[in-house]
Design a protein around this ligand. Structure first.
Ligand SMILES: Nc1nc2c(ncn2[C@@H]2O[C@H](COP(=O)(O)OP(=O)(O)OP(=O)(O)O)[C@@H](O)[C@H]2O)c(=O)[nH]1
Ligand SMILES: [Mg+2]
Length: 651
């Protein structure tokens, strides 16, 4: 493939964006805005180096945006894991490594900030060896013998001199021979193990040529047997030219799934630009794509387009054709969606899409004004297109508009966009818990008479009910067992309607009433004054009266949680669950992670992601789904009822 795509990965503030910008400025890339702020969504930069089109994908470092990272991992040839050498290793590095391993994405490690006063880069390299279960071998090393730090290339065993984008080598001070020889042998040995012919040669002669070492590294990288380690400073540029040069030397080939088409691309990012409108970023995995054609998607859509673009520096450039391996950008092509495989030819299926992480935090959105209300659905739809890890829906029971994401920050940043890009203002709250009401005791012979005499025709109806509690989850049952002619049967549907209406709002706190059976067994009617309406009203009030006598209680939803935590946090997490009325169902251990299966009342875990982050230092995550309803304990029930009373009296 002609075009190459590299994903820059790693924790927040490790220097990913700075590194990309440094490479661009060293190799004459155009940069329009260099802003120092955290990255929250994928951004693609383009630059040509030694006649090869390169695309760098900058990713967010915060765990809240891990959904974005998955798209970058899916379509890149190589990942650069950027690590801050001035701080202890963050768990995120392990997450990235695991994701890369799972997706078979070759990784190199760039240990950054080695010019900083606080750097501990040699220690960082050792710590990485402990954290990641993969062979890691430095290809370059630093020495402090004569200030400032200088770098020695272990492939050629020479000191590195960087002059802008040019790389020169020179001999290193002889007193370093011992240490450098040890590091060199380590690199040669690992490279030799990549290929049988190299092993033989190495065993015979004890050495490999430079080209053989580079080929060995490339083979190791492709098989994910090893991560080469670079060191440098994105800020000052130290080690950056060397880094780029070596990436060119051992650029790995990644295998993507093959489709039986002449040309196709994979759409990995949708972005709504305030000026250019909808932009769709895709990597061409086979063939090339020209301007002014028709594009078809794996979702069965098709659309004409005129212009196409490629990322150039940090902006876009209009072109006539984009080649294999490159990143193509479509503007305002509505049919395109992130995750689509696209082609000029008809296609029946596409490449697999990454599974988005489970949402762990949900808020209810309340548009501030009528105008906000009108704009919100359109805007949210666009935000969700830009970020497929968001889930937006209306709750069936509470009718609230809910937004779910990975954490507080994920939703906060989304709402910031909603406000700034789309001018929609919303208030947020935790979602309303969909409590329900039910009864505990059967009641016999509840009688209600509805009678009204106002001038002309009056109203008359009388109904007799028995009511019974039903098993949890059974809902509602209505039976009619009338005998004799007290109530003409044609009033039965009106009675059932009245009962159903009464069940919509329970008598305790106005929540829907469930799991009751109503038996309509008798009543009275009047030849002239009875009507459907009169019977409906009588049934409505009779049921309310019956509920009062039937020991009404509140029910609350329980969720089932699968919580994944590092072994050392298991005790704390279980202790916390107990304090939230949760119950642990079982524990399963896998490597250093324990899966805790538990149930807890929904009301107690609305902000569980924050708690879990605190308890596990950001390492834990969980899946949750609705489980069942259970009776609310009396002391909590009292509070909910009191709250509903104040709310309804406030209007
Ligand atoms: N001393 C020093 N500081 C650096 C270096 N590289 C980056 N920084 C600083 O580290 C901070 C974070 O840099 P960014 O490039 O924004 O980090 P990032 O990895 O893109 O962070 P996110 O986008 O939040 O994930 C900035 O203040 C940079 O100036 C370096 O080589 N040395
Ligand atoms: Mg960044």
């Amino acid at each position: 493939m002609k075009g190459r795509v590299i994903a820059f990965l790693g924790p927040s503030e490790s220097g990913k964006t700075t590194l990309i910008e440094k490479i661009l400025s060293l190799f004459n890339g155009k940069l329009k805005n260099q802003k120092k702020e955290p990255t929250y969504s994928l951004k693609t930069y383009g630059i040509t180096i030694e006649n090869i089109p390169f695309y760098f994908i900058d990713t967010p470092g915060d765990e809240n945006f891990i959904g974005e990272i998955l798209w970058a991992i899916t379509i890149s040839d190589l990942g650069v894991l950027v690590v801050d050498s001035t701080a202890p290793l963050k768990y995120h590095i392990y997450r990235i490594f695991e994701l890369a391993k799972k997706n078979l994405l070759p990784l190199v490690i760039f240990v950054n900030k080695i010019e900083a006063e606080k750097t501990q880069w040699a220690q960082t390299i050792c710590d990485l060896q402990d954290m990641l279960e993969i062979l890691q071998v430095p290809v370059i090393y630093g020495f402090n013998t004569n200030q400032p730090l200088f770098l020695v290339d272990l492939v050629t065993k020479q000191a590195v001199k960087e002059r802008g984008a040019k790389l020169e080598f020179e001999p290193y001070p002889p007193q370093l021979e011992g240490k450098i020889q040890t590091l060199y042998e380590q690199l040669v040995e690992v490279s030799a193990e990549a290929k049988n012919e190299f092993i033989e040669k190495y065993l015979e002669t004890g050495s490999l040529t430079q080209d053989e070492i580079l080929e060995g590294i490339k083979a190791n990288l492709e098989s994910m047997r090893m991560c080469p380690i670079f060191i440098g400073s994105a800020e000052t540029g130290l080690g950056i030219t060397y880094f780029v040069k070596r990436i060119l030397d051992f650029y790995p080939k990644r295998n993507f799934p093959n489709l039986d088409l002449n040309s196709y691309a994979y759409l990995f990012k949708t972005h709504y630009d305030p000026y250019a409108g909808k932009l769709s970023f895709a990597r061409i995995l086979k063939g090339s794509i020209k301007s002014e054609r028709v594009i078809r998607t794996s979702q069965g859509k098709e659309e004409k387009y005129t212009q196409i673009f490629i990322p150039k520096g940090d902006s876009l450039e209009a072109v006539k054709e984009v080649g294999e391996g490159e990143v193509i950008v479509f503007a305002k092509v509505e049919a395109l969606k992130t995750g689509d495989t696209i082609s000029e030819e008809p296609l029946s299926s596409g490449l697999p899409v990454p599974e988005m992480p489970n949402p762990m935090y949900t808020l209810a959105l309340h548009p501030e004004t009528r105008a906000d209300e009108d704009k919100i659905s359109g805007a949210l739809l666009k935000l969700q297109e830009e970020d497929p890890s968001l889930i937006i829906y209306r709750h069936e029971e509470t009718r609230e508009l809910l937004i779910s994401g990975l954490g507080n920050m994920h939703i906060e940043k989304t709402l910031e966009k909603l406000r700034e890009k789309y001018g929609v203002k919303v208030r947020t709250s935790l979602p309303t818990v969909p409590y329900r009401e039910t009864i505990k005791k059967p009641v016999q012979a509840v009688i209600y008479r509805h009678k009204k005499q106002t001038g002309g025709r009056g109203q008359f109806a009388e109904v007799h009910f028995n009511i019974f509690p039903l098993e949890r989850g059974k809902g509602f049952e209505f039976i009619e067992t009338l005998t004799g002619m007290n109530v003409p049967r044609n009033y039965v549907p009106a009675v059932e309607k009245g009962v159903r209406e009464a069940l919509e709002k329970g008598i305790l706190a106005g929540f829907p009433v469930v799991d009751v059976k109503v038996q309509f067994y008798d009543g009275k009617s009047h030849e002239v004054d009875s009507s459907d309406l009169a019977f409906k009203i009588a049934a409505f009030h009779c049921l309310k009266k019956a509920l009062e006598q039937a020991h009404p209680i509140l029910l609350e939803p329980y969720v089932e949680l699968e919580i994944f935590v590092p072994d050392e946090s298991v005790g704390d997490v279980i202790g916390d669950l107990n304090s939230r009325r949760g119950r642990v169902l079982n524990l399963e251990k896998e490597k250093k992670i324990t899966k805790i299966k538990a149930q807890a009342p929904m009301s107690e875990v609305l902000e569980y992601v924050l708690t879990l982050n605190g308890l596990t230092g950001g390492r834990g995550y969980f899946l949750s789904k609705f489980s069942h309803y259970e009776e609310v304990p009396p002391h909590i029930s009292e509070k909910i009822i009191a709250l509903s009373k104040t709310q309804s009296s406030e209007g």
